[in-house]
Ligand binder design. Sequence first.
Ligand SMILES: [Zn+2]
Length: 481
Amino acid sequence: MPQKYECYHTRPCYICGKKDWCYWLDYGSTGILHYCHRIHDDEIIANGHIYIAKKVVSGCTVYEDKQQYERNLEEWIASKEGEKSFRRRKLLPKNRTSVEVIPGEKEKVYEEYPVAPPEKLDEVYHYFLSLLVLESWHEKLLRDEWNSPVFKNLYEFITGLWPIKTLPPNDYVRFAGKMPYKNLTRKSIMEKMIKKFDTLEGIPGFHQKEDGNWTCSYLAGMVFPCYNSNGQIIRLRIRDDFPVVKEAVYKGWTGEYRYECTKEEIGWFFCKEGTENKVLVFGYDRITGEAIRKISLTQNGQPPGKVFGKYKNFTSYKEKNIEKEDFIQVINYYNKGTRSGSPISLYMKPGDDIRTVYITEGEKKAMVINAFTGCPVISLPGVSNYGKLFEPQEGIGMSIMDALRAAGVVNVVLMYDADKRSKENVAYSEKQAMEQILMHGFILWVGEWLQYFGKGSDDCYITGVKPVLHRIVRQESGPVK
Ligand SMILES: [Zn+2]
């Protein structure tokens, strides 16, 4: 039972500040609830804290410190981990079930929401991007990278064609740091989204929180739109500002901070400013147990240590396996979340030379190649994703390559990074992609350049050097040479 205390002159009510009539209940380790007779708002800021109204009890509005409320909620969620999956399953009204059988293993039954049709994705993502701005440090990064002696105003050219924006981090991460974000808070972004769309079901990257409010992926960074062959934005990709770095050590002002923390170290650790008042944050997602949001600093703004995956899919899907007697049920951790998968994207603009399509790895690179060549460019999320070129597009049916062929494309130019040529898996993927392209009747070219001019073909174009194109011909008997 909680202990009840009346307000008195040395300990006034936290909510209204008056010295009588109100009281509080002390629940020990769970915290304190404030019973105020005078103020009846949903949320108030007082005493340096945010208090949220929980209920009304005989004329008093009961307030709880927001931090305490969130802490208790998280603990409650953690304690309900087992039950939650059961409840979520019942929450899926239009679930899709697919079965994947691996010999000798239990079959996996997937339950997930289908993705919304492209018209809807396009509408939602366009609006979402319109709510975001590109922060100054991202703009600087692009301007520096796109500073070309042979193409003036490349930055203006590309950003004028395609919306490149910054998705700010979660509000609590943002306000813990000192970066001067111009973007709205995530809270107000999501409020605007919901005001416009009511629901974000079927939109990869968005999901519902436990309290029923919609939110989006915790990823923060530069956002790039991905387009299908109809020019609709069907996915977003994020260049992660806070990539996971393994084994990195940051020398803060009070000593060393290891980048990786154990599961028990839940909380936030801040380091004093490095180069640009950035902040180092550790944490674990209480729901998925996944490490979240980490940043540290080197002179060039990169985290030290080995960075894992800089470009990520804007998704709201994470598999959770539930072992059943004779099968494994696979559900989504994220309530009403939608899987993104790794999207391919087509960058083209009116007036492009539609006889040739370039294929490269990465959205940013693809935009640059389009600017220089004036040809449509396909971005693959990774070299091994070439299969997507010939797969039916969602909601369209026709593959991106068939759509391009119908529009007049006859030549295909592969532009994989020069340094990757030497890597076995890339060489293999490239060969497979070449087989596929030739098999589908296109004229195939491979772009080559000296690494001296840049690692990627985009660096090469920016310095004013055009890659050399080699025609690849299929031998009558045997694989591509
Ligand atoms: Zn009061």
